[in-house]
Design a protein around this ligand. Structure first.
Ligand code: ADP
Ligand code: MG
Length: 335
């Protein structure tokens, strides 16, 4: 249905019906001038993230469902990076004329599915018409029982850890930008996809693309001895750079210790690309990078150490080079 027919209030009523049941600590949810929540005896975390069509996503290769998922996932990732638990989400949307009510319904299905998985209540937002593409702004409120984990706590001698493989999302984006199509399923186990004249295994492409379009944030179970933490959104080097800046330390990382997925290794090899370029500079992994004493027992991957000064990367032959915080930074790439 066209939104001009449904109207702002009709749309909000419709969305309200499809949003999952909210938890008992929400006293007033959607429908009044502001939401009211019972505040637990803990610290409150608040984060906000914006996704703009043409800057952060392209509707020619993401579905509205995937977009809804990613929209909440990127906000969840920020709360997890502080050692917190996500609780309440506010959704503000600027809707262009080309979007109809089914599109927005699908967007909310994606938001609701991941909200349910994490036990998050959608408690409000704002709805406007947009003259320039779809705009999403999310505010996620969380809480943290013991202590918040900041970027500033790393100490020389700490190990540097990451919770999952890096670079998959960046390769997924690279494939999407070049293939310019929605890739939803493979015809068979062995099916191939032609990419610039090279045949890639469809299941590898699908897995990488999914990591980009639907990142799955995972919290760190035991944060007891963690000294600093950040989620990788700008790129491993850039985000490690943020930890170093805030903690006033240096860092050394080992190329061969960076975990890479089989899918990334296989696709990068076929395309004649260095998979580490994607892992170190790519971004949008939405995995956690943290520091902790080297004796810390965890199932995360240890990729290096915090040192007093300087930022170095060491290759498999022991060659040491300096690294700069290379990653994605808004405004800088447009010149
Ligand atoms: P007001 O004019 O007082 O800002 P609105 O008409 O914008 O009120 O919103 C009415 C209710 O609907 C509020 O509870 C608001 O939080 C909620 N709401 C508005 N837009 C959205 C949205 N896109 N998603 C979820 N809740 C929304
Ligand atoms: Mg409003």
């Amino acid at each position: 249905m066209r939104l001009s027919k449904l109207g702002e209030f009709g749309l909000i009523k419709k969305l309200q019906k499809k949003i999952p049941a909210i938890s008992p600590d929400v006293i007033t949810g959607i429908g009044d001038d502001a939401a009211a929540i019972k505040v637990p005896k803990s610290r409150i975390l608040v984060t906000s993230d914006m996704l703009i069509e043409g800057v952060h996503f392209d509707l020619s290769f993401t579905t509205f469902y995937q977009l809804g998922h990613k929209f909440l996932a990127v906000n969840i990732s920020d709360i997890l990076a502080m050692g917190g638990e996500p609780k309440y989400f506010l959704v503000s949307i600027g809707i262009p004329e080309k979007c109809d009510s089914e599109n927005i319904n699908e967007l909310y299905s994606g938001i609701s599915a991941i909200a349910r998985k994490f036990g998050i209540s959608i408690i409000g937002g704002d709805t406007c018409a947009s003259k320039n593409g779809l705009i999403l702004n999310g505010t996620l409120i969380g809480n943290v029982k013991h202590r918040t984990i900041n970027r500033s706590g790393a100490k020389a001698g700490d190990g540097i850890f990451i919770t999952d493989t890096a670079g998959d999302s960046a390769m997924g984006l690279f494939l999407l930008l070049n293939l310019k199509q929605k890739i939803k399923r493979c015809e068979s186990e062995k099916a191939g996809i032609k990419f610039q004249g090279i045949s890639l295994e469809c299941r590898n492409v699908l897995s990488l693309v999914k990591k980009h379009l639907m990142p799955q944030p995972v919290h760190l179970k035991n944060t007891h001895r963690v000294t600093s933490m950040i989620d990788i959104s700008d790129g491993l080097l850039a985000d490690l750079g943020h930890i170093c800046d805030e903690s006033r330390t240096g860092a050394v990382i080992y190329k061969e210790k960076i975990p890479l997925s089989g899918e990334l290794l296989s696709v990068a090899k076929k395309l004649g690309r260095d998979p580490l370029d994607f892992a170190l500079k790519g971004g949008e992994d939405y995995i956690l990078l943290f520091t902790a004493p080297v004796s810390y027992r965890t199932n995360a991957y240890r990729i290096g150490e915090i040192i007093k000064k300087g930022r170095y990367i060491i290759d498999s032959n022991g060659r040491k080079s300096r690294f700069k915080a290379e990653g994605y930074e808004h405004f800088k790439n447009s010149e």
